[in-house]
Design a protein around this ligand. Structure first.
Ligand SMILES: CC(=O)N[C@H]1[C@@H](OP(=O)(O)OP(=O)(O)OC[C@H]2O[C@@H](n3ccc(=O)[nH]c3=O)[C@H](O)[C@@H]2O)O[C@H](CO)[C@@H](O)[C@@H]1O[C@H](C)C(=O)N[C@@H](C)C(=O)N[C@H](CCC(=O)O)C(=O)O
Ligand SMILES: Nc1ncnc2c1ncn2[C@@H]1O[C@H](COP(=O)(O)OP(=O)(O)OP(=O)(O)O)[C@@H](O)[C@H]1O
Ligand SMILES: N[C@H](CCC[C@H](N)C(=O)O)C(=O)O
Ligand SMILES: [Mg+2]
Length: 484
């Protein structure tokens, strides 16, 4: 593509590159750059893309977009914000694929992945539509699955995925929009038909520093949505309802002023049931996923469907056959008299929700096995320690993804929140060993919750990903003679 075409709509603050030039692509990482590409230097948290400009040129970059041009002469194009520029350039490169589809965005601390899967199931069920998906577990082009490395990829990858979806005949795309993505301009320029807000509770304070900043970050989504679907039972949802510029559609379990409410809620070990009540319509919902929080995810999905003009009875019928999501309250098959559940709870609110939900159908003890991720919000660790000790009958404290931190130091942070609860517990840093210990010591009627890693099939230690799939660990344990 010609440079001038690629720069359409990108506000330059300066340029030393005169004239047009043909570009072979765009790259924001010199470890993966082709000759003839436009290199975009991003300011970073670990290093700074500006330090790699020379390397980019050595590898054949034809031009460089940056916030500060090097002093020597070169093919420089300067911009005020390189990440915003990368998003605009990428949308130009891929021909604005979002304009060819109905794009739905989901933000909130918990429930994004679950909500996007349910939205996809709803759109497929009601409209027979081909639906793309971008999120934590995987990216999907209709039925085709592509690996995901983050919840919301960098803008270049987002635009690339959207292009693949549009070309494959997807009429709709649903995507998780993380707070990091909103602050770092990963979804800039995408016209979301509807944005869904699930909830806001503590997480990611390492990045956002305060809850106010975190709330503001998530609120950025509604600057680019035609309609905002908001949870009125959440304080931040009420905050957005007061200040967003676009039309809103609200949901609540019981606030009559909401546009959608849930009546006669019934919770079962394998499903939830309730009546969805909206202006002029009421339908009984049966969703085969358990958990009090599932009511909220269902309400967000139904509300979103209603903003698209889908009939309530059709939405409800589609949700009746929806399946659960890998690693989200997933029951692992075991040949024994206790139950093992894998769940992605890695925030205080999610841990509280999953343990409370499980308590509702556990005849024996609720046993919680969990740890906290390294290089992430440290302040949530003692809170999660306290929640586990308060809500479980037995806790196995272990590691999640230590990343570059010392697992023992993370465990110390967690244990600092346990206080004097007296809840029996054991500390086993090695997660594989901890799982085996928990399986060996579980009793009839217990429910063992393996929390935090959900769908993940690896454990990241010292920057290296080691294979660890909790389903395989459980299966391997029961294959050993005598372990039944
Ligand atoms: C905090 C954060 O989001 N960081 C993202 C950010 O990294 P950074 O700014 O630190 O980048 P950096 O390492 O300093 O490098 C700066 C620039 O130099 C480039 N570079 C670097 C080295 C080199 O040799 N050559 C080179 O060109 C890099 O590609 C980058 O463009 O920009 C990078 C490029 O896009 C991302 O990979 C990186 O995500 C890291 C891996 C990450 O862990 N992000 C997590 C926290 C995240 O985004 N999580 C959210 C929320 C999860 C959820 O709640 O679901 C998510 O959406 O996944
Ligand atoms: N609506 C909800 N409210 C509170 N907790 C929830 C809700 N939905 C799911 N959870 C809990 O949060 C965990 C993560 O759910 P899910 O993966 O859907 O959220 P997410 O927002 O995509 O998370 P991430 O930010 O890590 O991608 C689940 O395993 C469950 O324990
Ligand atoms: N999207 C979340 C995932 C956390 C998963 C958990 N297993 C951990 O490593 O803390 C994050 O980046 O904070
Ligand atoms: Mg997710």
């Amino acid at each position: 593509m010609r440079l001038e075409k690629l720069l359409s709509g990108v506000a330059l603050t300066g340029r030393t590159l005169d004239g047009d030039v043909e570009l072979s692509g765009i790259s924001y990482d010199t470890r993966d750059i082709a000759p003839g590409a436009l290199f975009v230097a991003l300011p970073g948290y670990k290093t700074d893309g500006h330090k790699f400009i020379r390397e980019a040129l050595e590898k054949g970059a034809a031009a460089v977009v940056c916030e500060r041009a090097p002093e020597e002469p070169g093919p420089w194009l300067t911009v005020a914000d390189a990440r915003a520029a990368l998003a605009a350039l990428s949308a130009n490169w891929f021909g604005h694929p979002a304009r060819e589809m109905t794009v739905l965005g989901v933000t909130g601390t918990n429930g994004k992945t679950t909500t996007t899967y349910l939205l996809k199931a709803m759109l497929e069920g009601v409209l027979g539509a081909r639906v793309g998906l971008i999120g934590t577990n995987q990216n999907m082009i209709g039925e085709k699955s592509l690996p995901a490395h983050r919840t919301t990829p960098e803008s270049y990858e987002v635009q690339k995925l959207l292009r693949e979806m549009a070309d494959a005949g997807c009429t709709h795309a649903v995507m998780e929009v993380s707070s990091h993505a909103l602050v770092l301009h990963r979804v800039d320029g995408i016209p979301f038909r509807t944005g869904v807000f699930t909830n806001l509770t503590q997480d990611h304070l390492d990045f956002h520093k305060t809850m106010e900043n975190y709330r503001a970050a998530k609120g950025l989504l509604f600057r680019q949505t035609a309609t905002a679907v908001l949870n009125l039972d959440d304080e931040a949802g009420r905050f957005y309802a007061e200040c967003v510029d676009c039309p809103t559609f609200t949901y609540s379990e019981n606030k009559d002023e909401a546009d959608l409410t849930a009546k006669n809620i019934r919770l079962f070990p394998d499903r939830v049931e309730f009546e969805a009540v909206t202006l002029g319509a009421i339908s009984r919902v049966k969703l085969p996923i358990p958990g009090g929080f599932t009511i909220y995810n269902a309400l967000g999905v139904i509300a979103c469907g209603l903003t698209l003009g889908l009939p309530l009875p059709d939405i409800v019928r589609a949700l009746g056959t929806a399946r659960g999501v890998k690693g989200r309250i997933e029951v692992v098959p075991t040949p024994t008299d206790y139950t093992v559940i894998i769940d992605y709870a890695h925030t205080p609110d999610a841990l509280e929700n999953i343990l409370t939900t499980v308590r509702g159908f556990t005849p024996g003890r609720v046993v919680c096995l969990f740890g906290c991720g390294g290089d992430r919000d440290r302040s949530k660790r003692p809170i999660m320690g306290g929640i586990a000790a308060d809500l479980a009958d037995f806790v196995v404290f272990t590691s999640d993804n230590p990343r570059t931190e010392d697992p023992r130091a993370i465990l110390e942070d967690i244990l600092a929140g346990v206080g004097e609860s007296g809840t029996p517990n054991v500390v086993i840093s090695d997660r594989r060993e901890a799982i085996r210990w928990a399986l060996a010591n579980a009793r009839a009627g217990d429910v063992l919750v393996l929390a935090g890693k959900g769908h993940e099939t690896y454990q990241e230690i010292d920057g290296v990903q080691h294979h660890l799939d909790e389903r395989e660990e459980v299966a391997a344990y029961f294959q050993e003679p005598g372990n039944r």
